[in-house]
Design a protein around this ligand. Structure first.
Ligand SMILES: Nc1ncnc2c1ncn2[C@@H]1O[C@H](COP(=O)(O)OP(=O)(O)OP(=O)(O)O)[C@@H](O)[C@H]1O
Ligand SMILES: [Mg+2]
Length: 257
């Protein structure tokens, strides 16, 4: 499969503080890549430089070989890069259905655009029964897990070329967490290209074709999801009891890329 997304030597930070110190990553079309790493490693920052919420310092971000670095978040959205952020992002006072339709606001300018948005929303409601069942409920009245499903559906409304999912399972109870990974698995089976950030390394890597370990703003290890799950360094640092990450110092013997 051709390469969809490539990060080459990307640096980025907030103000004077550099957080990413030269990140290299590639993501093939149709692939699910799971990025794991300790709190503060820069995982969300990687997603922000891809979606354009944060500017790249040095290095480049390329989509199908085309540099994105000068494009605004809106222009990247129009190219099909959709981010589902780590924190809750629905409009709580709006209904579930209106939140879903918000995913299509970029297409909404014309009558045919509006018709297309409604067609896609109806199709998504078949796939996510919750959307129809709770259509008129305010989004804020849904459980965290239900809200995450609506956020995923809203992202799908744009039929994205690339989905950036930032810790979709965080803070959810086990059943809702499983539902998130089931959805990711179904999207993967559909051939969606997904860059998934997960603290829940075991489930994240199991759902992914490939994994990458980010530590202190650098990619330290990459491999297939299965390879990383079997790697003793990954097991020791990230696959502790319950699959929750352990905040420990990076292993100095980790293979550098
Ligand atoms: N808006 C911001 N302003 C200043 N510093 C920030 C900002 N966002 C993140 N940082 C800092 O950048 C570093 C990387 O943060 P980032 O959110 O990318 O980490 P992360 O790997 O996603 O962590 P977590 O697992 O906790 O979500 C951290 O030291 C963090 O404090
Ligand atoms: Mg984060």
């Amino acid at each position: 499969m051709p390469v969809l997304l490539e990060l080459r030597g990307v640096t980025a930070g907030y103000g004077a503080g550099e957080v990413l110190h030269g990140v290299d990553l590639t993501l093939d079309q149709g692939e699910v890549l799971c990025l794991i790493g300790p709190n503060g490693a820069g995982k969300s920052t990687v997603l922000r430089v891809v979606s354009g919420l944060l500017r790249t310092g040095r290095g480049r971000v390329l989509l199908r070989g085309e540099p994105l670095d000068r494009l605004s978040p809106r222009e990247r959205l129009l190219r099909g890069i959709v981010q589902v952020p780590q924190e809750r992002s629905l409009f709580p006072a709006m209904t579930v259905w209106d939140n879903l339709l918000m995913g299509g606001y970029l297409l909404d300018g014309t009558r045919s655009g509006r018709r297309e948005v409604r067609r896609r929303a109806d199709a998504l409601a078949e796939r996510f029964p919750l959307l129809a069942e709770r259509r008129r409920a305010s989004a804020g009245s849904l459980s965290g897990g239900e809200q995450k499903q609506v956020e995923l559906a809203r992202a799908l409304l744009l039929e994205p070329a690339l989905m950036l999912l930032d810790e979709p399972s965080i803070g959810l109870e086990p059943r809702a967490r499983r539902a998130v990974f089931d959805t990711v698995g179904a999207l993967a089976a559909d051939g969606r290209t997904i860059l998934l950030v997960e603290q829940n390394a075991r489930s994240g890597l199991a759902a992914a074709d490939r994994g990458a370990v980010l530590e202190s703003g650098r990619v330290r290890l990459t491999g297939s999801g299965a390879e990383l799950l079997a790697d003793p360094r990954v097991a020791r640092l990230y696959l502790g009891a319950g699959g929750e990450p352990q905040a420990q110092q990076p292993d100095p013997h980790s293979r550098e890329r």
